[in-house]
Design a protein around this ligand. Structure first.
Ligand SMILES: [Fe+2]
Ligand SMILES: [Fe+2]
Length: 309
């Protein structure tokens, strides 16, 4: 089947945007200033910063390793039954997979040359990995997709793919990664202030800026596909999206993060939490707030789940 170039869908437009924006090379950043800046961090500050970076490095590897089945699933779906063109979406995901590989590449080089370690294990105990929801889930999601591709009905495959997009693009990218950027912003701002500097870790910031730009496209495409799937199978919202969002709220938003010793003075976890909640509301709004029942209003959902604890 040919692609109607004159009828490009959102996925194709985001792919075109990615061709223009996504051509940066992690090898081109000069890391000398970053190495000097990193030496100015105290051991506790380094530990805290490495906890966030390790979660990211792990996460980028996890998304790189688990995206391929999404393309296979799209290929197996019956295009006639869907309100979008699966080939255009596969083109977007092919580009996304390359970009995730490049994000892993960025962290790999940065860990080696600036942090001078590839061992993330000691830092996994802090930060994001303690809260009962991690990117490990992506492997289970990929397995479920492979099973649905070979053995499931069309509806089963749509449901599984919807859950996969919600988990990967809706939660790992739109929640965990975006919360991580806010955390980097704050730590760097606090440390730069303390050192009386306007700029700190310039290569890190430039690289994260590029990654962020790529992720914005991934998140936008993910929301769009979730919306398309909800149009094809309206019950997917109550059967799949809502239970998955409730699990996430229960694991990550109802339970306040344990307040561990924070080396960066003035670091504001609550403001990150507020913004993260807003991002989740944005996802619901994009898919269509009227389609939702139990988690249409994220704040209300959190409160009612917290009170029934
Ligand atoms: Fe990424
Ligand atoms: Fe991504």
């Amino acid at each position: 089947m040919t692609i109607q170039y004159s009828q490009r869908e959102k996925s194709y437009e985001l792919y075109r945007k990615g061709k223009r924006e996504g051509t940066w090379d992690p090898d081109e950043f000069d890391l000398e200033q970053d190495k000097a800046d990193w030496a100015e961090f105290s051991t506790d500050e380094q530990h805290q910063f490495l906890a966030s970076c390790s979660a990211f490095y792990d996460g980028e590897e996890d998304v790189t390793r688990t995206l391929a089945p999404y393309m296979m699933a799209l290929d197996t779906l019956d295009d006639e039954e869907l309100p979008f063109d699966t080939v255009q979406e596969e083109m977007f995901l092919a580009q996304q997979l390359y970009e995730e590989a490049k994000h892993t590449d960025f962290f790999s080089r940065y860990f080696e040359e600036v942090f001078q370690t590839q061992d993330v294990e000691p830092y996994r105990a802090g930060g994001y990995q303690t809260q009962g929801y991690s990117t490990d889930d992506l492997y289970g999601t990929a397995e479920e997709l492979l099973t649905a591709i070979t053995g499931g009905s069309q509806q089963d495959l749509i449901y599984t793919l919807g859950e996969a997009y919600l988990n990967y693009m809706g939660i790992v990218e739109a929640q965990l990664a975006r919360g991580g950027y806010l955390s980097f912003d704050q730590m760097i701002e606090v440390k730069a202030d303390q050192m009386d500097r306007t700029e700190l870790l310039p290569a890190f910031q430039a690289g994260i800026g590029k990654i962020r730009q790529d992720e914005t496209r991934h998140i936008e495409n993910g929301r769009w596909v979730m919306k398309q799937l909800a149009q094809a199978e309206p019950a997917i919202v109550s059967d799949v999206y809502e239970p998955r969002i409730e699990t996430y709220i229960q694991n990550r938003l109802v339970v306040e993060p344990s307040t561990t010793e924070q080396p960066f003075a003035g670091y504001d976890q609550q403001s990150i939490g507020r913004k993260t909640k807003q991002y989740l509301q944005d996802t619901v709004d994009y898919i269509g707030i009227d389609r939702f029942d139990r988690v249409a209003d994220i704040d209300a959902a959190i409160q009612s789940m917290a009170s029934t604890d």
